[in-house]
Design a protein. Structure first.
Length: 236
């Protein structure tokens, strides 16, 4: 059975959301030991794992940008300004993640070099941590709220999935601000708990889009410039 354009868009977007989760988790697991090396020296094989993690991050950057592009044709029917905001917001998020990835690459180079300037690796690790805070936390939270609002208003997915995004987006932003001001560590129980609703939102959204597609409201909004409907005749 041939899929409609909206159905293909839903499957593509859902697959990209799943890919972002897999790539983000795999990348963090692979390069995190490099960032946490207390003595500034690489453990055996740590550079190879970090480079594999960087490849995962490259996939993540492409997938994050791809979700905004894939959803734009559907979202624009329900507000072109908001749809553009989401697409460019995802591009910004991807750019911040890419900056953090470059910091990891530079850190690998420095820790391979025994004569590297002392303290440079610490600065690069800090740069990565700040990009991680601004990109996959604050930017992600804002983008989540925007998409969840559009999905809720247009009934693109069931309301309970959209509510996860409406709750999770502000929560992960608030958690990032708390980390910024030293309330708790970025990688902590509190930080992980604050990220759970957004994680559930993205998994739920991805699963629904792949399995069921967009809701019936996906194509019902009036397009800009469409002719207004004629008023019904008055009965006498």
């Amino acid at each position: 059975m041939k899929m409609s354009p909206d159905r293909r868009t839903a499957v593509a977007a859902g697959s990209l959301f799943l890919l972002t989760e897999v790539a983000a988790i795999a990348g963090a697991v692979l390069y995190r030991p490099l960032l946490g090396a207390a003595d500034g020296r690489l453990a055996q094989g740590a550079d190879t794992r970090a480079l594999l993690g960087v490849l995962c991050e490259v996939v993540l950057v492409a997938a994050v940008a791809g979700t905004g592009a894939a959803l734009f044709p559907v979202l624009r029917r329900h507000g072109e300004g908001l749809a553009l905001g989401y697409a460019f917001g995802r591009l910004l998020e991807a750019a911040v993640v890419a900056l953090g990835t470059v910091a990891v690459l530079a850190l690998v180079t420095l820790r391979r070099d025994a004569e590297a300037a002392p303290g440079a690796d610490v600065a690069l690790a800090a740069l990565h941590d700040w990009t991680f805070l601004l990109g996959p936390n604050i930017a992600l939270g804002l983008n989540t709220v925007l998409l969840a609002y559009l999905a809720y208003r247009a009934r693109l997915v069931p309301r309970f999935i959209a509510v996860l995004g409406l709750v999770g987006g502000p929560l992960i932003c608030a958690s990032a601000v708390a980390v910024m001001f030293g309330a708790y560590a970025q990688l902590s129980v509190a930080g992980s708990a604050a990220a759970l609703p957004v994680f559930a939102w993205e998994l739920g959204l991805a699963g629904w889009l792949i399995a069921r597609g967009f809701g019936p409201g996906a194509g019902t909004a009036a397009r800009p410039g469409a002719a207004a409907a004629e008023p019904a005749p008055v009965r006498r």
